[in-house]
Design a protein around this ligand. Structure first.
Ligand code: ACM
Length: 261
């Protein structure tokens, strides 16, 4: 399976321009699954909730039709970040769009810093989507610091963890090695690059998108400022065994009776 990451710098509030950038970067590329950053269509550093709302879309929005077409043309599924509005609610969401035209939603569970002023806390919980016999789970950026997020997905038999991100702290790329190792899954962290300044508040993003395998090895790695789409071949079935050695199986050896407080 050919897994790609698109790392770039979305322009804050310029949804149509960001869609054109994404379409140009994916044009002619073949992949089975592509993962894009958190809030890839909108940018990140909104002045306030009203500004985020103005860039947000519901299912009828142009982004959904654009990604359905990109997925259909490439023949692969795409996970992309969006500001999603529904009724009066506004979510920091990721959508898994398949070439068949289906959209599967995940709404960010753990909001980071000023996101708490902008978005409503996600209400989907963690989900695994089986697509062409591959089991894909999604979490967004700061969800990484709660090991329960990746663990929950892994316990739901997730093989590939798609992780759209707008990382600002320096630790995540290292920590995701552990998320892969402790769950024996593939983790695909699609981060963004660049910086955004809004009303004097500067946010700098750390790039260095990566894919880590069930044995903790980095299989694909981007630079801090690199704008690119890159892909690597993996075997999702490698995530099915949780065996570490003859005597240890990471899931069978769990002792949940002792994990309560
Ligand atoms: C983050 O969750 N975007 C840091």
């Amino acid at each position: 399976m050919n897994i790609g990451i698109l790392q770039f710098a979305p322009r804050l509030g310029h949804v149509e321009e960001n869609l054109r950038t994404i379409a140009a970067m994916l044009r002619g590329r073949k992949f089975d699954l592509a993962v894009l950053p958190e809030l890839a269509t909108t940018g990140y550093n909104f002045a306030d909730r009203r500004a985020a709302w103005e860039s947000a879309e519901d299912r009828r929005g142009n982004s959904f039709a654009t990604f359905a077409e990109l997925a259909a043309v490439s023949g692969g599924a795409i996970v992309w970040g969006i500001a999603e509005k529904t009724g009066r609610k506004l979510y920091n969401s990721a959508v898994l769009t398949t070439p068949e035209g289906d959209h599967h939603f995940y709404r960010k569970t753990h909001l980071f810093f000023r996101e708490k002023l902008l978005f409503d806390p996600g209400n989907t919980g963690f989900r695994v989507v089986e697509w062409r016999k591959v089991r894909i789970g999604v979490m967004i950026c700061f969800d990484w610091i709660f090991p329960e997020a990746a663990r929950t997905l892994a316990l739901m038999d997730c093989q590939l963890l798609a992780h759209p991100a707008n990382l600002v702290l320096p630790y995540c790329q290292e920590a995701m090695i552990t998320r892969s190792l402790e769950n024996r899954i593939f983790c695909i962290t699609a981060n963004r690059i660049g910086r955004e300044t809004t009303r004097g508040r500067v946010v700098r993003f750390t790039g260095r998108s990566q894919i880590t395998g069930p044995d903790g090895r980095r299989l694909l790695r981007f630079g801090r400022t690199e704008k690119a789409f890159k892909a690597v071949k993996i075997t999702p079935r490698a995530a099915d065994t949780k065996r570490v050695n003859r005597w240890n199986d990471l899931f069978a050896d769990r002792r949940p009776d002792w994990y309560g407080v």
